[in-house]
Design a protein around this ligand. Structure first.
Ligand SMILES: C[S@@+](CC[C@H](N)C(=O)[O-])C[C@H]1O[C@@H](n2cnc3c(N)ncnc32)[C@H](O)[C@@H]1O
Length: 513
């Protein structure tokens, strides 16, 4: 039986209040009863993608701040009422053009187009839509499961009804606030404007969209062509992505994917699928004595050949921040290697082991601090190191809309200092002639180019090789920027980046022999 809307609103309001208090949805969502999870996740993701506006509206409507749970319930419901009115307006106008009212007068034509595109994309999956009177009634009813005092009924009722009556004027007033207009915290917007003056509006628009579901085919279990056939037989539309990837036309629960339990595929964004071929491609190229030219689209088979007919020694690879093991698994699917998968957190190390087991792969899973190798390293240098460093996750807002509201401006400098420490601590573990791939899923320059440039300036044996540099969501290939952009423009890293990806940063370093 479908849960009552009031119960779903109450659960979603609890989650929104948890995010407001600094808790990540990744920990809060799995705690929900399974019957509530899909509906509540849809509600709370939608709320987070419009939270800037609904917070501004709630402040206009309530002279005094209500208790946090009531504020969350109001903001959630204001977002839903706004969506219902928006769609009704668009239907009346005969197109999505009714959404034009949301475009700020100051926005450039490019931003307006991006905003329009984001709205079109929001149609799949559609915003949760309910009639206004149902929403008001159910929001009032949700006070009970939230255990809020019945005295708040009047406030909730009055605020929501006033919004329904005066929506256009309240909305126009709220949208004067840039946080409401762009649905990003002000410090984040300002940092994006400084870091990416040409692209910030596209990034902001992309962050409002739901990301596509991209899979990585385990080439030890199936070819990509065969897997596409399996999907077709299951009635799922899909297109190839990069060397091993498949992008689904519509997201699916993983249990419904052909061969999921048998380890045929994993879920991994296209940008993250570039790590293994970049690192293995560099190792392969070096083994062949050629100048290093990573070619992700060709797929890597590194570790198996020397180009001289003699079997190569088994590659020794360290994945230094490995959990939950997405890139570890891709490396093992593509290369015969002795792979050490390290992570700081014991529970996350268990997830690496669990994921590798499903995929039929084996690694040395170690729990330890990459910044302090003494306790876990055996003193034998590695041929290749992947440092997928802990970061702001500012590149994956499409998948984790809570990240926007959880980060604090001071986080970025702290993370950059931590990333630099990890890079410095791991460099001595790399053999001369070995390769290190530095990656983050951040769009902030301080965590990418900033870290790597400072490191290379100080480390005389570190040489930079071509790599994608900064990938930006919503910008396709056009947004690859930084010193590696020339390599990208010349096609050195293949054509994968013509597709839209999460925000990522990749720098490839070689240790001079
Ligand atoms: C971006 S995630 C890695 C994602 C992973 N590479 C994948 O593809 O599935 C960063 C990881 O770094 C781990 N981490 C953070 N600080 C660390 C440290 N000092 N040493 C080792 N791991 C660390 C975190 O626990 C987290 O699992």
């Amino acid at each position: 039986m479908k849960p009552a809307l009031a119960d779903q609103l109450a659960a979603a309001a609890r989650l929104l209040a948890a995010v407001a208090a600094g808790q990540s949805l990744s920990t809060a969502l799995p705690a929900l009863p399974p019957s509530l999870r899909p509906g509540v996740q849809a509600l709370v993701f939608d709320a987070l993608r419009h939270w800037g506006l609904s917070m501004a509206l709630r402040r206009l409507l309530c002279r005094q701040a209500p208790p946090p749970l009531a504020a969350a319930l109001l903001e959630l419901t204001l977002g839903l009422l706004d969506a219902a009115a928006e769609v009704a307006g668009a239907a009346e106008a005969g197109s999505v053009a009714g959404a034009d009212a949301a475009i700020p007068a100051t926005a450039s034509a490019a931003a307006a187009a991006a905003y329009q595109a984001s709205l079109r994309h929001l149609a799949t999956p559609p915003r949760p839509l309910y009639p206004a009177h149902t929403l008001v009634d159910q929001a009032v009813a949700a006070l009970r499961p939230l255990r809020l005092p019945p005295a708040l009924k009047g406030l909730v009722n009055a605020c929501l009804r006033r919004f329904v009556r005066e929506r256009a004027a309240l909305r126009a007033q709220a949208l004067r606030d840039p946080v409401a207009r762009w649905n990003h915290p002000l410090w984040w917007l300002e940092q994006l404007q400084r870091d990416h003056p040409q692209h910030w509006e596209q990034i902001v628009a992309a962050n409002q969209r739901a990301a596509p579901m991209v899979l990585r085919v385990n080439r030890r279990r199936s070819s990509r062509a065969d897997y596409l056939q399996h999907l077709k037989q299951a009635g799922q539309e899909a297109t190839p992505w990069g060397a091993d990837g498949v992008q689904l036309a519509q997201p699916l629960p993983v249990e419904q994917l052909p061969g999921w339990a048998q380890g045929w595929v994993s879920v991994q964004d296209g940008a993250a699928q570039l790590a293994a071929p970049l690192l293995l491609g560099a190792v392969d190229a070096a083994a062949l004595g050629a100048p290093s030219q990573p070619e992700p689209s060709a797929g890597a088979s590194a570790g198996a050949s020397t180009g001289l007919g003699a079997p190569a020694p088994r590659l020794r690879i360290l994945d230094a921040c490995a959990a939950p093991g997405g890139k570890t698994a891709h490396l093992l699917e593509a290369a015969d290697a002795e792979l050490w998968a390290l992570d700081l957190e014991p529970q996350r190390c268990e997830r690496i082991a669990h994921n590798l087991q499903r995929l039929g792969l084996q690694a040395q899973v170690r729990c330890g601090d990459a910044a302090d190798p003494g306790p876990w390293w055996d003193g034998q240098p590695f041929d290749a190191i992947l440092l997928d460093a802990p970061c702001s996750a500012s590149g994956i807002v499409r998948r984790h809309p809570d990240v926007l509201w959880l980060r604090r401006p001071t986080d970025i400098a702290q993370l950059a200092a931590q990333q630099r420490r990890l890079l410095e601590a791991l460099w001595p573990l790399l053999r001369p002639g070995g390769h290190l791939l530095y990656a983050t899923c951040s769009v902030f320059v301080a965590e990418g180019e900033g870290v790597v440039q400072a490191f290379v300036q100080q480390q005389s044996d570190a040489q930079r090789l071509p790599a994608p540099g900064q990938l930006l969501p919503g910008c396709g290939a056009g947004a690859t920027i930084g010193p590696d952009a020339a390599a990208h423009a010349s096609g050195a890293i293949g054509d994968n980046l013509a597709r839209e990806t999460d925000g990522f940063f990749y720098a490839l370093l070689r240790k001079r022999a």
